[in-house]
Ligand binder design. Structure first.
Ligand code: SF4
Ligand code: ZN
Length: 317
């Protein structure tokens, strides 16, 4: 297989694009494409301050690297979740995020949830009895809340996450199986800012996961290979496996599934927007972020509940 641009030996073959590229041309192609998506979906401009949510995994580090190479002003945010899982998951991922920031002379804000709120994610989850024994519900809630809080407090215009096409297609698949109109209408490369919430963007949403793996390997970016130990057996991994089977049989199926959805949503054909979408929101009296719950937002309610349980021992795991 030869590089389509220079005829040298190809390093990456993208069947869905009928495109094979050598190392150098691949490392040029990825930022070019990213820039195209940033413009196409009007994600942000070079004057805006971007906060990249960095987990230490390949996608978020690749995103940070690409934005920096493109000349955007992007700082990183690492959230310490306090997840060990027998592999020191949080410590290892934080070390890699810090290493990347240090080597590229970039600014990384590190926020430790346990220091900030008194308990790690697994303990918060156990104490608040949410999520049926898995901390993912509490983890997701906390990450969203903290990313918003920090973006707002530190004056960032936009919050960028490293979700790739495999992530987005799996979420879309799940929402479609449920015909969840509210979620479907909110899923996309850009979630506009609303009162109290920063704009959210996903510049990598059109790249396959393996394209990001290839990018990190070819760029020499060291990332955490292990998934979070709590991800095992999750529905989203199951959906990804199903979609991978589809992709093997029909290269490009995943991309078409996602892009056609974006087109349908944009054209307004998908649902009658006025019937769904925004529930009535008001600012949480404690943290100021918008919520539809009466009184405090779900995050502040969870923290209050945990704080009121004085003397309850923490997790034994
Ligand atoms: Fe959080 Fe891990 Fe669950 Fe992901 S898999 S939501 S990082 S606990
Ligand atoms: Zn709140």
């Amino acid at each position: 297989m030869k590089c389509k641009k220079c005829g040298m030996k190809a390093s990456v073959n993208m069947r869905q694009h009928k495109l094979a590229l050598c190392r150098d041309h691949y490392l040029e192609w990825v930022p070019e494409q990213t820039e195209r998506f940033i413009k196409k979906y009007e994600m942000f401009t070079r004057d805006e301050k971007i906060l990249v949510a960095v987990s230490g995994g390949k996608d978020s580090l690749a995103l940070w690297d690409i934005l920096t190479r493109l000349g955007y002003r992007a700082d990183g945010l690492y959230l310490g979740l306090g997840i060990d899982g027998g592999i020191g998951y949080s410590h290892a991922s934080q070390r890699l995020a810090e290493k990347f920031a240090h080597e590229h002379d970039l600014k990384l804000h590190a926020v430790d949830i346990e220091k900030e709120y008194g308990q790690s994610i697994p303990v918060l989850s156990e104490m608040s009895h949410r999520g049926h024994g898995k901390p993912c519900a509490v983890c997701g809630l906390t990450k969203r809340h903290e990313m918003n809080r920090i973006a707002r407090d530190l004056g960032y215009d936009v919050l960028a996450t490293g979700h790739n096409l495999d992530d987005e297609a799996a979420v879309l698949f799940g929402n479609t199986l449920m015909w969840d109109a509210n979620y479907l209408l909110r899923q996309g490369p850009v979630l506009p800012a609303t009162e109290g919430l920063a704009r959210k963007v996903k510049p990598l949403c059109r790249f396959y996961e393996r394209e990001m793996t290839a990018y990190c390997l070819l760029r020499g970016i060291e990332y955490i290979y292990e998934e979070c130990p709590f991800a095992e057996g999750s529905t989203s991994i199951y959906y990804k496996e199903l979609l991978n089977q589809l992709e093997t049989a029909r290269p490009g199926a995943k991309l078409t599934f996602y892009l056609r959805f974006l087109e349908a949503r944009k054209s307004g054909d998908l649902f009658v927007e006025k019937n769904v979408g925004q529930a009535h929101l008001h600012p949480c009296p404690k943290c100021g972020q918008p919520t539809s719950a009466p009184g405090l937002c779900s995050f502040c309610r969870m923290i209050e509940k945990v704080n009121s349980m004085e003397g309850v021992p923490g997790s034994s795991s």
